[in-house]
Ligand binder design. Structure first.
Ligand SMILES: [Zn+2]
Ligand SMILES: [Zn+2]
Length: 84
């Protein structure tokens, strides 16, 4: 039999830029089930694929892969008493 051994595939991941949720590329999810954001399949700057589910920056060029939305920071915990 001339069956070629399948080359070892590196696991790649798709990453949600919103919540940084990573899914295995084999899952073939295109959008994040958490927030509906389109998953990143590769670096937008250099095209490097994502090889780790913990990636926050591109391993090829260092470009940020996720949208770093401002954290809530200090909530204005000013209580406005509305006792009528
Ligand atoms: Zn998400
Ligand atoms: Zn890159």
């Amino acid at each position: 039999m001339s069956e070629l051994p399948s080359p070892p595939k590196e696991a790649t991941y798709h990453l949600c830029p919103q919540c940084t949720r990573a899914v295995n590329a084999q899952a073939q999810e295109r959008f994040c089930p958490n927030d509906g954001a389109r998953l990143i399949t590769a670096c937008g700057a250099c095209g490097e694929v994502i090889r780790t589910p913990y990636a926050r920056y591109c391993t090829g060029c260092g470009a940020p892969l996720t949208h770093r939305h401002h954290e809530e920071g200090q909530r204005r915990g000013v209580l406005s008493p509305r006792d009528s």
